[in-house]
Design a protein around this ligand. Sequence first.
Ligand code: HEM
Length: 498
Amino acid sequence: MPETLDLIRCPMVGWFPHGFVRPNVVWQWYNSSAQFQLKTQQMTDIVKTERAPGTAQPAVLPIKAQLAEAPVGLLKFAKLAGRNMLEVIPIETTTQTYLKGPLNIHYICDPEIITELLVGEGRRFPKAQFTKDILGSAVGNSMMLSEGEKWKAQRRRYSPLFAARNLPLLSQHFAETGKEIAASLREGSGLVDVAQMAPAATLTNISRVIFSGNEEVSAEQIRVGLRNYFEYISELSLFDVMGLPSWLPRKKWFKSKAPVTDMRALARQVIESRRAESRPIPLDFLDLMIAALEEDFEDIETTVDNLLTFVVAGHETSANALAWGAYLLALHPDVQNAVRQEITDISPDEPITFDDIQKMPLLRAHTKETLRLYPSAAFFARDAGADITIKGIKFAKGDALFYPVYSLHRNEVLWEDPDAYKPERFMGAPLPRGQYIPFGDGPRVCIGAQYAEAEMMVLMASILRGVAFDIGDAPIPRPVLTFTMRAGGPIMLRTRPV
Ligand code: HEM
């Protein structure tokens, strides 16, 4: 793939003269990281040219994930789950709304049951133990994993940070990144791997809003720290997936924990030096975080846990949606043109603002439809905290409640043409609660949902205004689910200035 590699490198030259963690740098380390090698290995050479049902004109259906077509035994489950969780989710979850799995597992795609469990009587059920085992070493006691009063206090403390009133400020940072990405893509138009471009953009955003303007720690330290940290946490332990007792040795135990301890030390240093600076007006997310802590005490280790949680939860999730969104628009040039028209009508050349994106219903519908077809959190789980019966189904205390969001969003009982890209689904009457849950629901709904929507929309609007995406000849990889649901290889699209 010589052309590909050249073109991946090409737009990096001369990016971001004043940037901190610059997309070109991040892009390069993504290229060389274990994550990228994993992607390349897992890349499958299938672009399924399926016809959308009921359409006179042949239309290509977007690439689908490979779900399990036959029952998966426990050992195979553990082996596959560590590589790609989607391969252990039974395909019947896309044709039925409830499925009893092996052991004490329930696969739930019924919107009413989901709502009763996440929002109603089951809303206090704890996060699944295996989720805690997998994520615990990286994000410790953060809001993501804690329960009860501990969780409540953190959620209360940090909720105001993500409030709508802060989004205009954060969107300024997103627009800055979007402008730079667009300029770079215009310069080096040709084949681009959007699965690499997108995390470069969101990591730049998170670096801008959290680590910006920090003099104590160098850009290089943060860059290397984050790279090692992501490599460490993206390795799922099979034992964790199998739910084996925590005293059984994990492969990770034999590896140095340095990536985590180093990153924690850096985060601590950044928080402390910023605290000492005591800026009069908050200029970014870290300032907002520190301002919240002034009013409500939290020990520094928990703050570090939460800071790293925001970096981890916030960067890859939005990036995946941005990359798949570019692919869907390339597959549907008519929608791409209409979205671009909407963007240029509202904001022909100024940086895109938070206010602008409120006036872009088609872009919003595209973003939602992208998260329907490719939900970054394609699966999450709870342990039943008590016996409960809903719609005649008994869930016993301790049962594993699986929410296969990918299957729910493509369930043929619930959706018309479930595998077809139709943003207009999100331009009419609201959907029944529980049918569309890319950000979860109930008290543990994603705290960063509005942040993520603003980020994805501002980035996409900034890029589309100057660049068009076309489908090239390269095969499109299927989605895989490890830490988040991402492309199993490069998504090579053609770009050209518009
Ligand atoms: C497209 C982007 C995103 C998606 C699809 C997404 C999805 C989700 C989902 C499904 C949950 C609930 C999981 C469960 O119930 O077990 C969740 C929780 C969470 N998300 Fe996100 N997320 C995104 C972006 C973000 C961002 C940008 C941040 C922060 C900067 C963030 C921070 C969190 C946190 C802290 C939680 C835990 C909340 C709690 O338990 O109280 N997420 N996310």
